[in-house]
Design a protein around this ligand. Structure first.
Ligand code: HEM
Length: 459
């Protein structure tokens, strides 16, 4: 019996499907890099240029033609040219009818033009389907690919099929697509790259404000007061002692500010008896910048740890130590070992180290690469339960540092409390409120509200 046979043909002889041809207007950095990526992904690329014969080096394998000819050969055109050069596109309008035009442009600043670039392009060529996309990626980000840069491509447009075509290309380039709706969202997309750390603005302002406040407060209270009352110049303390007070104080307050909005939100929900009413805008905004607040607080705590490490090598500390030893030898006197002091210092160092360890854990788990690897339950366990524990331990470290000084009248120079006492107010209040929320009856009501139960209005 003749064995069943199949006809074999050598690899590569089979007719390969014809790759899709895409057109790019513009041979600048972005146009060239985009072309290179598209060629690597398997597309054919044709450039449209004003000077097809002298437009500089282009990716290998790409063709270059006049704008008219290039546009005619492809159904999708990436417009990689500046808005102020769009004018000439109007003359190509008949040839671009029905084509998908991808507007990748950005502006140098906000509100430079009355309408979004993509809307302007659409008004120049009403017969085309304009899609705004890829503008949040730089040539650099495209070159490095999504593994090393921003993964997201935002897009918007009025035609669903056109958006689908562009989103297929973005997916093939391994970017994830976020559809922002119709072309009226283009302005918002064009503003994205102009934003300068928007979510960091409030936390940074707070950090600067708190640092300035505590710096001047402690400068007057600790250094100027010593000069006025005793004529002592201890201004050198500004550099290390003062810094090592201001940084941990600001850190503790900012850590507290990460947890205060959550506690406030819980009380608002309990008061309203529902989870379906929106929180006030300021509370929403505050909640959204908790990660940045926490990371800045961690930065300040790290400075505190570094400043603490250099305490033993300070000239002032070494001088005081040797002077005390010499005077003991001279007076033939030995100071007694103070067990309480040993307990006190060891306790607040140890609790400080524990607090800092947990602080680091919170910081690391808030990084996207780590938090993406955690389930929601794991993430919220670390950020909430361990977060409150960190706040508790850091607050405890500060109480231990104060020890019995809270009750001494001499601590309140010029009737003002030391900085660490002042900074303990907010964390203590937040921890007490959190404990109230953990009371079984309160916790039960809150859980019910968060599961959708609503207080019925007697009226
Ligand atoms: C004060 C050690 C972590 C908050 C101090 C002091 C020391 C110290 C030696 C006294 C400084 C002085 O004499 O002026 C440590 C060590 C830590 C640590 C070894 C961990 C490795 C933290 C953390 C926080 C914190 C994570 C939380 C924000 C404070 C505060 C003070 C203080 C608020 C009082 C500052 C003042 O007004 O003098 N700590 N600390 N510490 N620490 Fe820490």
């Amino acid at each position: 019996v003749k064995p069943e046979s199949v006809s074999l043909c050598p690899l590569g002889m089979a007719a390969a499907p014809k790759q899709e041809l895409l057109c790019i207007f513009g041979t600048g950095d972005l146009g060239r890099t985009l072309g290179q990526c598209l060629l690597q992904t398997g597309y054919r690329v044709v450039y449209g240029s004003r000077r097809p014969h002298s437009c500089g080096p282009l990716p290998q394998g790409a063709q270059v033609m006049s704008h008219e000819a290039a546009a005619q050969s492809a159904s999708l055109v990436f417009v990689c040219i500046h808005r102020h050069n769009y004018g000439f596109l109007e003359t190509l309008a008949p040839g671009l009818k029905g084509k998908v035009l991808v507007d990748v442009s950005n502006n140098l600043r906000k509100d430079l033009y009355p309408e979004a670039n993509a809307e302007y392009l659409q008004s120049l060529i009403p017969g085309a389907h304009v899609v705004k996309a890829f503008n949040t990626l730089s040539a650099w980000a495209l070159q490095n690919g999504p593994s090393d840069a921003n993964r997201q491509v935002y897009l918007c447009g009025n035609n669903a099929e056109a958006k689908q075509a562009v989103s297929e290309i973005a997916s093939k380039l391994s970017f994830s697509v976020l559809d922002r709706g119709s072309l009226s969202a283009a302005r918002q997309l064009e503003d994205f790259p102009l934003q300068l750390f928007p979510e960091w603005r409030l936390p940074l302002r707070l950090a600067v404000g708190l640092t300035a406040f505590f710096f001047f407060y402690l400068l007057i209270r600790d250094i100027i007061s010593a000069y006025v009352e005793e004529g002592k110049d201890i201004s050198f303390r500004i550099m290390v002692s003062l810094a090592n007070k201001v940084f941990p104080i600001v850190s503790l307050i900012m850590l507290t500010l990460c947890y205060l909005p959550g506690v406030m939100a819980a009380f608002i929900q309990l008061y309203r008896g529902t989870k379906y009413k929106r929180f006030p805008d300021w509370l929403d905004r505050w909640m959204l910048c908790r990660k940045q607040l926490g990371l800045l607080a961690l930065g300040f705590a790290s400075l505190h740890v570094l400043y603490t490490l250099i305490i033993p090598i300070r000239y002032y500390v070494r001088f005081r130590l040797s002077a005390a030893t010499i005077s003991e030898i001279r007076e033939n006197r030995t100071s007694k070992f103070d067990t309480t002091m040993a307990w006190r210092t060891d306790s607040y160092y140890s609790v400080g180290v524990l607090g800092f360890g947990l602080y680091l854990l919170l910081g690391i788990t808030s990084l996207p690469s780590v938090s993406n690897a955690l389930s929601w339950r794991e993430f919220s366990f670390i950020q909430s339960k361990l977060g409150y524990l960190t706040l508790f331990i850091c607050t405890f470290h500060t109480y231990l540092y104060g020890w019995d000084k809270f009750l001494r009248v001499s601590s309140y120079k010029w009737y003002t409390p030391p900085g660490y006492m002042l900074c303990l107010v907010l964390p203590s209040v937040v921890l007490v409120l959190k404990m109230l929320l953990l009371l079984p009856c309160v916790d039960r009501s809150l859980t019910r509200i968060r599961q959708g139960w609503e207080k019925t209005d007697p009226g």
